[in-house]
Design a binder for this molecule. Structure first.
Ligand code: NAP
Length: 275
């Protein structure tokens, strides 16, 4: 199968290495996965090539996750809700879009025994992955969701999105908000070793708080490090990354895989790529 990743930039993406590790572990000897840097002006040409059969499946990353939806013939129900896609399968000359980040985040919750039911959650950020996280929190029965974001416009927009999904208790963050059971950082802040000069990560955290950072490049991300030893649990985005990739393979190959016995080996190999 001819598979790949499109985005701009894709230079630093570890998806090809991750997919190659998974192909090896799952004994998928006939899969090839390459990254393709595609500027927005060339998106249409790329999708023409895809539809004509040059690729069997594609992962989509920033900035094409929303724009990619316009080229799809069929949308999985999660893509309809989220308005973005990160995994596309070609069936003949038609393209069907999925969002596997949602599955990846739910698996992260499950594998770390994080019970969202009736909890008060704080989501840092209001971009594409914040939407995915909010949808998962709703599915899992969160009592309230609060948004903290740099720009108020995007915070208001995502609040509206959550209201449309039927959430009543969705608020914008203020310093008097009180305590949270679960805090999820969905921003890239700290990914490239920048500092938190504006105090964006200054939030109430105590021994009852579970912290999740979607950044997967380190176990000690800027956000998780700020609250070292102060929180109940601190989890980075590595398992989400692995499980969204596994789900993509399952969609492309129309096969389900049990990776329980292989996960430690997959993680170790990926951590070597990341360090
Ligand atoms: P996005 O759609 O571009 O949204 C980025 C969000 O982060 C926006 O709300 C933006 O605020 C905020 N932001 C950007 N720079 C910031 C800064 N310096 N300080 C505070 N807020 C900042 O991106 P995305 O697709 O949601 O991805 C965000 C992060 O999640 C990336 O690091 C990505 O690698 C990670 N991610 C991980 C996984 C995984 O599998 N682990 C999956 C998906 C994404 P404004 O609205 O004010 O611009």
């Amino acid at each position: 199968m001819n598979l790949g990743l499109i985005g701009n930039p894709v230079e630093k993406s570890v998806s090809p290495e991750l997919q190659r590790i998974l192909f090896k572990e799952l004994k998928l000897n006939n899969c090839v996965y390459e990254k393709h840097e595609v500027v927005s002006d060339n998106l249409s040409t790329f999708f023409d090539r895809f539809k004509r059969g040059e690729f069997d499946g594609i992962n989509v990353t920033i900035p094409h996750k929303e724009a990619g939806v316009a080229f799809l013939d069929e949308l999985d129900k999660n893509v309809e809700i989220l308005g973005n896609t990160n995994c596309i399968k070609r069936i003949g000359n038609t393209l069907k879009g999925y969002n596997t980040d949602l599955y990846g985040f739910k698996m992260l919750l499950e594998r770390n025994s994080i019970n969202v039911e009736s909890t008060h959650c704080l989501v840092l950020g209001a971009g594409g992955s914040a939407r995915t996280v909010i949808q998962a929190l709703i599915h899992k029965g969160a009592e309230s969701i609060t948004i903290k974001n740099k720009s108020t416009d995007n915070a208001l927009e995502i609040q509206l999105y959550a209201k449309k999904l039927g959430v009543k208790n969705i608020n914008l963050y203020t310093e008097s908000n009180g305590e949270f059971d679960i805090v999820i950082n969905t921003t890239p802040l700290g990914m490239y070793h920048e500092k938190d000069d504006s105090g964006f990560f200054d939030i109430p955290v105590d021994k009852k708080t579970t912290l999740i950072d979607l950044i997967y490049t380190s176990n000690h991300t800027l956000f998780l490090n700020q609250y070292k030893d102060q929180a109940k649990q601190s989890i980075n985005g590595l398992e989400m990354l692995i499980f969204q990739a596994i789900k993509s393979i399952e969609i492309w190959t129309e096969t389900t895989y049990n990776v329980d016995q292989k996960l430690d080996s997959i993680k170790k190999q990926l951590e070597k790529v990341l360090c």
